[in-house]
Design a protein around this ligand. Structure first.
Ligand SMILES: [Zn+2]
Ligand SMILES: [Zn+2]
Length: 296
């Protein structure tokens, strides 16, 4: 039993220590997700202020601070705690002989680093697109994803407003994706992660970008705005599920861009039941329908 407690405590301590070192600029710059997230946020926010799409939207839009808090909570606080649980799960799997290499189907080692990164990025993005579809398709999962869709005014920080359960739901498929690739994240994976954060921030920003002909490959703020639209075609459970790439939506015909008007109502039917405070949102998704009506 002790080994599990020790593993948990040591991993959480290690993650805490790493985050603290990141805050103090004591890690290589390219692994510094703390300040990296801060700098990307600042740049996208300045772009929103200089080139606003919805001109009437305030610089400090509705829920700006709530979402800013979510960014750091989901990226750091939550991941520090959960890192301990993940290492225990890894330990349990390795004890029954299942290691990170077990599923290895594709060996990338012979390829150039850039090609490895590209394949890593594409597989990880597809896995996340698929998970996102599941979050919309299954009512039980949708309950958690509602927090992300309760955004009523879009801005960059809405990117990381999501229920902590989403981290847990995305993890297994992401892990399988990495395992298929021979179980390694290339050393330069930071490029992929920083690129994904930037595209995600832009997708939620108040800037009209379509990427021209690249819109069939790259997700963009216009497409993602319609993902958050209150009114979607009646026969669909969602549209535009893309994370960084829009490609999957075009391939699987889940794309939907009726017009490029920025002033649309966001949310979903019943979104008034989502509580407005962070603490009440933490337990949202676990509550029964009756209790939700009470907090509305
Ligand atoms: Zn969604
Ligand atoms: Zn979104």
């Amino acid at each position: 039993m002790n080994i599990y407690v020790d593993t948990f405590v040591n991993t959480v301590k290690g993650s805490l220590n790493w985050t603290w070192k990141s805050i103090c600029f004591d890690v290589p710059w390219y692994t510094n997700y703390f300040w990296g997230l801060f700098v990307i946020s600042l740049i996208v926010w300045v772009l929103e202020i200089v080139f606003p799409w919805r001109k009437k939207q305030s610089i400090f839009r509705k829920d700006f601070w709530l979402d800013a808090f979510y960014m750091f909570f989901n990226f750091f606080v939550f991941s520090i705690v959960i890192s301990g649980f993940y290492t225990i799960i890894e330990l349990l799997f390795s004890e029954i002989g299942i290691g990170i290499q077990s599923l290895s189907l594709i060996n990338l080692e012979a390829l150039s680093v850039w090609f490895q990164l590209l394949i890593f990025f594409i597989i990880l993005d597809f896995v996340q697109w698929f998970t996102h579809v599941l979050l919309h398709k299954f009512p039980l999962l949708w309950e958690f994803h509602k927090i992300h869709h309760s955004v009523k005014e879009m801005g960059f920080a809405a990117h990381l407003r999501y229920h902590w359960m989403e981290n847990i739901l995305y993890k297994p498929l992401k892990t399988i994706g990495v395992m298929l690739l021979g179980g390694f994240e290339p050393e330069q994976a930071f490029i992929v992660h920083f690129f994904a954060i930037t595209i995600g921030h832009l997708n939620h920003s108040n800037i009209k970008i379509t990427w021209g002909p690249l819109k069939y490959i790259l997700n963009n703020p216009v497409m993602h705005l319609y993902h958050h639209a209150y009114t979607i075609p009646k026969d669909r459970y969602g549209v535009n599920f893309g994370i960084s790439l829009s490609l999957w939506d075009y391939i699987f015909r889940t794309n939907y861009i009726p017009e490029s008007e920025g002033e649309i109502t966001l949310g979903f039917e019943g979104d008034e039941k989502v509580p407005s405070s962070f603490l009440s949102q933490l337990t949202f998704g676990f509550r029964k329908e009756k209790e939700k009506n009470k907090t509305a």
